[in-house]
Design a protein around this ligand. Structure first.
Ligand code: DGJ
Length: 737
């Protein structure tokens, strides 16, 4: 890992064994992009395209030639001087002029990685990281922009963000400041993203990038299930296992814009950052603004290669370190078994059976504070309804702890009901636009988190529940998009800041709570996976993946999110059938197998399960406890399968001695072919025993030839495998050769 300057310091080369990232300063002022891709030993200026003045176009003196800026590879582009593509920066000066042109001034290397004030970001654990800081300046506007590039150990990752400083005398408005802009060579790319909706998150979409701008975004106030703040530009040949991938992910939980433009000459520019349509930030003299962080991920090894980089980064350099290797408890969540109709009797009964089946954490979901058994009332006051729970949360926690389990509690701190005492007393605390009716979402309004007194209220409310040690786990929910995005306290020049200030307010609350209660495990949730993003992952080490617990749908949802998130971060629950969201019936075995490689939980009424089902659940939990330690840290792989009737995943332990795999058969198909399912990430030199059949295979055989599966006349059937490295002793015993 190194950052080196060459040729009289006009070129900088950021490098590790996986990647190189090269920039050059031309004419002493233009910062241009030269290369991002597989690592090269030394950059000598090869392959620079020849730029020239395009017909009937702008002309600029550059490198003794006249060039047009229409296809010039600016590292951090602006609009207004001849580059007509998507700009990364836009500043409105006091005069009303929307122009700025920061030119290169200096660069230097920082040890490790600086924090971004008030925002989540990846960190260089054990100082294993280096950061390049580049300073550009627009003297006329009095603006300095600092570009940051951090490189980690040997993975194909660069983390970027920018800092803008007003060093002049005028107040300016930042209208657009992207977290990264990247020039890619004129080649054909596919654009890959994840779209979705509530209960159907993480769907892949892949199409060929065409001329013009292609974008995905969120203007819903949070990152949203509609689009994950991620996209990748991949070669047309890229598969799960091979091909070049450039992935981009934003470490942020609010509105975002992610876009790629293929210009008229075929060059490609990629950007990701805060959404300029919902952002305008006033920068007074002396003020500084910092953007969220963008993660740039290059892998030559297909989509699994990209996933391995993201998983490694998020587990080791983003989620709270104290939880990165901490085995996750098997939980029972009350939502699908009680909904809002919670009672102490139900808790007592269900938790007793939970204890008997080996559950370690009982999570009391929504309903405990509601006046009625629905979601229409009582949000925001957070007073336990003692008619439902005599003795309050203390008593519920006591019951659970008495059974040797941990106790978790659901909150939705950001929301407030119309009938709440807090809103009656402080109507000004909600997001609202004077003169207009406030819009409800799932029967509730949202607190204005940009207000200090609101943040203080929420922190002290949470503190009142957490300080006596009753709660080991929080499910932190948020169930609606933002509307009425206006704060009564911000003056008119700052109205464009509210969306971002809401997110900053949320982060401040999370930061305060997680610092005060570092041992409490928090699960992020937003109607399932609506705010499953790297920004949240910085504070909460796991997220509820989707409200859809149907095993069939989960194969798609978990496959989608596994592109980005490590399995330890993704909640996967076994629920009852017919499934509450889809009406589909699948076997208990199938439901468990689909959840098994992730963060396992149950969300069903154990009192309504038969004795046999409870025994089966107890066996599943016992099995999971034996393998979860290495599964939660292992290498996950999505496999190429013979046809679309199958979904296959595997996890291989860090030492490659263990492998768990599942093959999900969607439907029984009489046109059954003897397709092969190949393993991945094994050690080709090891021998592995299939724990069911006791047959031994070489790692190379399993990866090159693969396995076949028998014909099973059942829809939604799962073939499951456990391969364990054969040690000398049992290898000799069982080896059939
Ligand atoms: C939405 C979540 O995704 C569910 O799991 C549950 O917690 C409900 N909210 C409770 O209102």
């Amino acid at each position: 890992m190194s950052i080196t300057f060459h040729q009289n310091n006009q070129i900088v080369h950021i490098q590790n064994t996986s990647i190189s990232y090269v920039m050059e300063v031309t004419d002493g002022k233009y910062l241009v992009h030269r290369y991002f891709g597989p690592s090269i030993r030394k950059y000598r200026g090869t392959g620079i395209p020849q730029y020239f003045k395009r017909g009937y176009n702008t002309e600029h003196e550059c490198s003794e030639e006249h060039v047009s800026f229409d296809d010039f590879p600016f590292e951090y582009p602006v609009r207004g001087h001849g580059d007509y593509r998507i700009p990364a920066l836009s500043v409105m000066q006091e005069s009303g002029t929307e122009f700025t042109e920061p030119v290169f001034k200096s660069w230097k290397v920082l040890d490790g990685k600086p924090e971004i004030k008030g925002l989540p970001s990846t960190f260089a654990a054990d100082s294993r990281g280096e950061t390049l800081e580049i300073m550009c300046e627009d003297e006329a506007a009095g603006i300095r922009i600092y570009l940051y590039y951090s490189v980690f150990e040997d993975r194909g990752i660069i983390a970027r963000h920018q800092k803008v400083e007003n060093i002049g005398m005028q107040t300016v408005k930042l209208q657009n400041v992207q977290s990264m802009s990247l020039e890619l060579p004129a080649e054909n790319y596919d654009f890959l993203s994840l779209y979705g909706t509530h209960a159907k998150e993480g769907n892949r979409e892949r199409f060929s990038l065409h001329h013009g701008v292609q974008r995905i975004e969120s203007v819903r106030g949070s990152s949203s299930p509609q689009h994950q703040p991620f996209f990748a530009l991949i070669s047309e040949q890229t598969t799960e296992h091979s091909g070049a991938v450039y992935g981009f992910h934003l470490v942020y939980s609010g509105n975002f814009l992610a876009q790629a433009e293929k210009d008229q000459f075929g060059n490609v520019r990629a950007q990701i950052g805060m959404h300029p349509d919902t952002f305008c930030w006033e920068l007074k003299p002396g003020d500084i603004f910092e953007t969220p962080e963008a993660v740039l991920n290059f892998s030559p090894d297909g989509l699994n290669g990209m996933s391995r980089n993201f998983h490694w980064l998020y587990q080791n350099h983003l989620m709270p370190s104290r939880f990165k290797d901490k085995v996750r408890p098997v939980l029972l969540n009350s939502w699908e078994s009680m909904y809002c109709d919670v009672s102490l009797e139900k808790i007592e009964e269900q938790s007793e059976l939970a204890r008997q089946t080996g559950v370690e954490l009982f999570v009391l979901d929504d309903g405990w504070f509601r006046k009625e058994n629905n979601t229409r009332t009582s949000m925001g006051d957070w007073k336990c309804n003692e008619n439902k729970l005599p003795g309050g949360i203390r008593r519920a926690a006591e019951i659970i702890h008495g059974k040797g389990m941990q106790f978790g509690l659901w909150f939705e701190p950001e929301a407030v009901s119309e009938d709440s005492e807090v809103l009656q007393k402080h109507p000004e605390w909600a997001l609202q636009i004077p003169g207009y009716q406030m819009v409800k979402g799932r029967h509730e309004y949202l607190f204005d988190l940009s207000r200090k007194e609101v943040r203080e209220y929420l922190i002290s409310m949470l503190d009142s529940y957490l300080r006596n040690g009753d709660i080991d786990y929080i499910k932190w929910d948020m169930n609606r998009p933002l509307t009425d995005v206006n704060s009564l306290v911000l003056d008119k020049d700052r109205k464009g800041e509210i969306s971002h200030r809401y997110v900053l307010g949320l982060y401040e609350i999370l930061d305060t709570i997680t610092k005060a209660y570092p041992k409490i495990l928090i699960e992020g949730c937003s109607s399932g996976g609506a705010r499953f993003d790297p920004g949240m992952l910085y504070y909460v080490p796991q997220n509820w993946t989707s409200d859809n617990t149907d095993a069939f749908d989960r194969t798609q949802i978990q496959s989608g999110y596994s592109l980005l998130y490590p399995q330890i971060a993704m909640g996967a629950h076994v629920s009852i059938t017919p499934n509450h969201q889809t009406g589909r019936t699948t076997s208990l075995k199938t439901r468990y197998q689909v959840a098994r490689l992730y963060n396992l939980g149950y969300e069903l009424d154990l009192t309504k399960c038969s004795e046999e089902e409870r025994e089966e659940i107890a066996c599943q939990i016992a099995e999971h406890k034996l393998e979860r330690e290495w599964i939660q840290k292992g290498t996950m792989c999505r496999h190429e399968v013979p046809n679309e009737n199958y979904v296959m995943w595997s996890v291989v332990s860090e030492d490659k001695e263990e492998c768990a795999a599942i093959i999900f058969q969607k439907f029984h198909n009489p046109i059954f072919s003897h397709g092969r399912f190949k393993m991945c990430s094994l050690n080709p030199d090891f021998d592995y025993m299939d724990q069911d059949s006791q047959v031994i295979y070489g790692g190379d055989e399993l990866m090159q030839i693969g396995i076949t599966v028998p014909i099973i006349k059942e829809d939604f059937y799962v073939f499951s495998f456990r391969f364990t490295k054969v040690d000398e002793k049992n290898g000799n015993k069982a080896d059939c050769e």
